[in-house]
Design a protein around this ligand. Structure first.
Ligand code: GLA
Ligand code: ZN
Length: 684
């Protein structure tokens, strides 16, 4: 019986040995050993190698490599190779090729080039996944499956158009319903036959220059985005089921792109079909640490707190930005621990050996073109590999507990940015990040939840820019607050239903009773303009005047208390921040986009009002998280700063797992230092 459990925090990454002569393979095994590598992702882009024509399959190279890896103690994350179709397939069946938003059918080339609704693609992808599963079902190296790669391209071909109509029929049942949902009396769009419906491309509803992300009919585009995410989910499931047919207990996943916030795929909808969630993350050197932290927390959130995989990161440089600096010494290790600290049960790279040709030949790799272990990057990788080996299974499957949650929603994200709103500068991720950062900087642990989650396990739920209210959400939030929860939401919330139709009767519509306000006007400010938020009276350390911008609303209280008012413009003196006591809880509303200082003080007050304490008191550059399992707590302390920092770890002796030493009291942290302190749950 093959164990499908991760025996430790898995360490390795994408490995493309098919690009190299076999003589190098044994040398790679030696280097993997040296680097502590125990997992290799194989076969991600080998479709054309495995299937040279329609009828022929050959896997000898893969057989040999799987055996070799096993003999060297390396497990395999097996790609299904469907992320780039073979050239012969495109030539013979042009329907595998995608059509761009401006209506051009692509030729064979690049990768991620298949149409998700192409019958050819689906047919051959299924066959390939099944053949691989049948062949390797009992292979001792096989640990898990990696379907396709960075799935999600949008296609505007006829197959997609037809499938869209079928999807719409399933969703709406009748054209009357659809016409209503899409508000088709606007600009004379009434549809009388399903065949009249075309994809909202740059040639149809796109507003300018072939751009299909800003369209005249947001309802249509919103449905197209949903449809595209669903189409790919179907493709994923075709391969998933083909694998499970042969290996019912297989661990199957796919690597999410876009640093964990990839707009085209609704991760929450995908999550139930992933046996473990996995993301690729490629920050730049100057990317703030909270950017990654938030995305790891989201990745943990999509499967209700379960550990996830860091499937790809670069051990050194990336190659696709205009300027690609090296990761500075110590940063790869530190950022790897950051992922683990927030719930990753693997640390994996793209890639293990650097390609010699084509687009990624200058992308970082564990083994560089020099081909040996005497490089800085290799040495740093090997150090981390040894550490993760020593940690063994200690951290695996440990969980993070939080009393604060951020409500995240892909439909809302799509809808709020489809255009026609107060400002194109209004971005959902920016708003979510802003609220996240105010908590991150103060060392509060945060979970991400979706509209279907159980809110009652949290004392504080933040729902920034909750533009779309899905059916049942308003009453769910009411119940949550009524029974004692604190809800925070912001300007431009409660505006539309799930088909992007405004709920009439005054903003924030369905949220109006809960928030106890009526928003009469929504004013937008240019990026260089600002207004101010003036506290009516101090709220803890929040007092005086703060700056704000982006959007300012004209709010009338309807039961809510005015906590702060605007300092300027024609709405000076009208509410900028309100609190509505509702049942045992409170519903807060920020009618503008306040400065970071205001955000920090405000959210701190809310936490304090519920007795939520930060994980520690230290500078924002020191990141702290806690993972727990079986009564044991692992406190991760990470000094992101280039200088020394201090942290107090309490008066009892604590075991530090990376150095093996015992620590207590106030500790000086070296630049980029990481500590993992083991202690009983609840200890400080
Ligand atoms: C993505 C892909 C990899 C590789 C890396 C390079 O994450 O999944 O195949 O192209 O980017 O950064
Ligand atoms: Zn298509």
């Amino acid at each position: 019986m093959i164990s499908r459990k991760f025996p430790k925090v898995m360490y390795g990454g994408d490995y493309n040995p098919e690009q190299f002569p076999k003589e190098i393979w044994d040398e790679d095994m030696r280097l993997f050993q040296l680097a502590g590598i125990d997992i290799a992702t194989l076969n991600v882009f080998s479709w054309s190698l495995n299937q040279p024509d329609e009828a022929t399959y050959r896997f000898e190279w893969l057989d040999e490599m799987m055996d070799k890896l096993h003999a060297n103690g390396v497990s395999v994350c097996l790609g299904t190779s469907t992320a780039a179709h073979p050239a012969w397939m495109a030539r013979k069946y042009p329907d595998v090729l995608t059509v761009t938003a401006d209506g051009k059918r692509r030729k064979y080339g690049r990768r991620h080039n298949s149409c998700p609704n192409s019958p050819t693609f689906r047919h051959y992808a299924k066959l390939m996944a099944g053949k691989l599963a049948e062949r390797y079902r009992d292979h001792p190296a096989l640990l898990l499956w990696h379907v396709n790669n960075e799935i999600g391209i949008r296609c505007y071909c006829e197959h997609c158009e037809k499938a869209f109509r079928v999807w719409l029929k399933r969703r709406y049942g009748t054209l009357e319903q659809l016409n209503q949902a899409w508000y088709t009396r606007f600009w004379g769009h009434t549809f009388y036959d399903w065949e009249e419906i075309v994809l909202p491309s740059g040639l149809s509803e796109g507003l300018s220059g072939g751009n299909a992300d800003q369209t005249a009919f947001q309802g249509i585009t919103l449905d197209f985005f949903r449809f595209n995410s669903d189409s790919w989910l179907e493709c994923y499931l075709i391969e998933y089921n083909a694998i499970k047919e042969f290996i019912p207990d297989a661990i199957v996943t796919t690597n999410f792109q876009g640093n964990g916030t990839y707009k085209p795929l609704d991760y929450f909808k995908w999550a139930p079909h992933l046996d473990i969630a996995a993301l690729d993350i490629y920050p730049e050197n100057h990317t703030p640490e909270s950017y990654m932290a938030m995305r790891y927390d989201l990745m943990r959130g999509i499967k209700d707190g379960a550990p996830f995989m860091l499937m790809e990161q670069s051990p050194g440089v990336i190659n696709w930005k205009p300027v690609n600096p090296q990761k500075r010494p110590g940063v790869m290790r530190l950022r790897s621990y950051q992922a683990v600290a927030r719930g990753a049960d693997s640390v994996m790279f793209f890639q293990l050996r650097r390609s010699l040709g084509a687009y990624e030949k200058f992308h970082g790799a564990v083994i560089d073109h020099a081909g040996h272990e005497h490089t800085r990057v290799f040495k740093e990788c090997a150090q981390l590999g040894q550490e993760l080996r020593q940690l063994g299974s200690k951290l695996n499957d440990s969980r993070i507990k939080s009393r604060i949650a951020i409500l995240f929603d892909w439909d809302n994200w799509w809808a709020v940015e489809l255009g026609g709103g107060p400002s194109t500068h209004l971005k959902y991720l920016d708003q979510v990040q802003k609220y996240y950062d105010a908590l991150y900087d103060q060392h509060y642990q945060v979970d991400f939840i979706h509209v279907g989650s159980d809110f009652t396990q949290y004392d504080l739920v933040l729902a920034p820019l909750l533009y779309m209210i899905k059916p049942g959400l308003a009453s769910k939030l009411e119940q949550y607050v009524e029974s004692g929860g604190i809800l925070v939401t912001t300007f431009f919330s409660g505006i539309v239903n799930e088909t992007d139709l405004v709920t009439p009767g005054g903003y924030p519509c369905e949220l109006r009773p809960l928030l106890g306000i009526w928003v009469e006007e929504i004013d937008a400010l240019f990026p260089d303009q600002s207004n101010s938020v003036v506290m009516e009276q101090p709220l803890g350390s929040l007092e005086g005047t703060y700056s704000c911008g982006l959007v300012c609303e004209v709010v009338h209280p309807e039961g809510a208390d005015t906590i702060a008012v605007f300092g300027g413009d024609y709405y000076a003196g009208s509410p900028a921040l309100t609190r509505h006591r509702y049942g045992k809880g409170e519903a807060w509303y920020a009618a503008t986009d306040p400065c970071n200082e205001f955000m920090r003080q405000w959210l701190k007050q809310l936490c304090e009002s519920r007795g939520i304490v930060p994980l520690c008191e230290t500078e924002p550059e020191v990141e702290v998280t806690i993972r727990e399992k079986e009564g044991v707590q692992f406190t991760f302390v990470m000094n992101h700063s280039d200088g020394y920092s201090f942290i107090s770890v309490g008066e009892d002796d604590r075991k530090e797992l990376l150095s093996g030493s015992t620590v207590r009291g106030s500790i000086q942290l070296e630049p980029k230092q990481v500590m993992i302190l083991e202690m009983p749950v609840g200890a400080r």
